[in-house]
Design a protein around this ligand. Structure first.
Ligand code: SF4
Ligand code: SF4
Length: 308
């Protein structure tokens, strides 16, 4: 591989590293002994800065915030507006270049193992999983938020019945919530008790540990597996991505096609069938996270980044 073939990967890795350190409250606090209390008003409206865990926030990231507000009966116009604008102008750049969970998965995928592809039909079915999670969560928490305004008694009973899901709707479905909020707390407990018992206190605690461990192992062989199939934030941004002004396109003149080449599809970590997509623009049904691997790897310079 030449430097030209890494011309986007190298700056992306640098941006990912810087982002990983600087948007993580836990890491900032741990490494630089910072106290970010003075940033509280800013952090509250820009939850990117609150990811992963921030004691100033109610969750680990953007999706966590959105769902939390809906459960509280407040429609998050501002947050949703910010998110739509971000995706309209930068597509899923955040996912490819900034998200700490994406960075962790890219790190895992860097292990020198043979990367695998999921069968096309299975891949398509699995892609729907993240949308199902979001729809299911909305079906549960929209009534919770609505009854907070209309029927307090029912709301309280429903909230008690939902337990943790009411307090943090995305909690069980978010890898960032697990890795940066839940897991460190559990390790802290283990450290204090000097035994591994906290892992086995509740069935759900162990199941979540085993589940996310499997997700991380799978990401070694299937790059960005969590982003593709499970991430609730990925589902929300993928739904907006097709309307973004920033997109990739493929030149019908320069591209020589799958039989002659097909390199772009082979290097795509999201397993997007680029060559089945329209020439004018492709997002792989919103799955593309603008890692630009296809662009830098194309030997015929057929892939371009376009705005407008
Ligand atoms: S790598 Fe470039 S030339 Fe090859 S199939 Fe993809 S877009 Fe076409
Ligand atoms: S289509 Fe290209 S930019 Fe998008 S995820 Fe695949 S390799 Fe990355």
């Amino acid at each position: 591989m030449t430097l030209k073939e890494h011309r986007y990967t190298i700056p992306r890795r640098i941006v990912q590293f810087i982002s990983f350190v600087f948007i993580n409250y836990v890491i900032l606090e741990f490494i630089f002994l910072l106290n970010l209390k003075s940033f509280e008003p800013f952090v509250k409206v820009l939850p990117i800065l609150a990811a992963p865990e921030n004691p100033l926030s109610k969750g680990a990231g953007f999706a966590e915030f959105l769902f939390y507000f809906i459960a509280e009966g407040e429609f998050p116009f501002l947050l949703l507006g910010i998110l739509i604008l971000i995706v309209l102008f930068s597509n899923r750049f955040f996912c490819g270049w900034i998200c700490p969970i994406g960075t962790i998965q890219d790190g895992l995928a860097a292990f020198p193992t043979q990367k695998k592809k999921v069968g096309i039909e299975t891949h398509k079915t699995l892609l729907s999983l993240k949308y199902l999670i979001v729809i299911l969560l909305l079906l549960i928490i929209v009534p919770l938020g609505f009854t907070k305004i209309t029927d307090k008694d029912f709301h309280n009973d429903y909230k008690n019945a939902l337990g943790d899901i009411a307090r943090n709707p995305v909690g069980y479905f978010s890898l960032s919530e697990y890795l940066f909020v839940f897991f460190p707390k559990m390790v802290e407990e283990m450290w204090e008790q000097e035994k591994i018992d906290p892992l086995f206190t509740e069935f759900t605690v162990f199941v979540m540990f085993a589940f996310y461990l499997i997700v991380l192992i799978v990401a070694v062989y299937y790059p960005r597996a969590y982003c593709r199939y499970l991430c609730p934030f990925g589902a929300i941004t993928a739904a907006i991505s097709d309307y973004s002004f920033l997109k990739l396109s493929r030149s019908p003149v320069r591209c020589v096609g799958r039989a002659e080449c097909g390199i772009c599809e082979r290097v795509c970590p999201k397993q997007i069938r680029i060559l089945d997509e329209p020439f004018e623009f492709f997002t792989g049904n919103g799955e593309c996270n603008l890692c630009l691997k296809c662009l830098e790897s194309c030997p015929y310079n057929a892939v371009e980044l376009r705005f407008g």
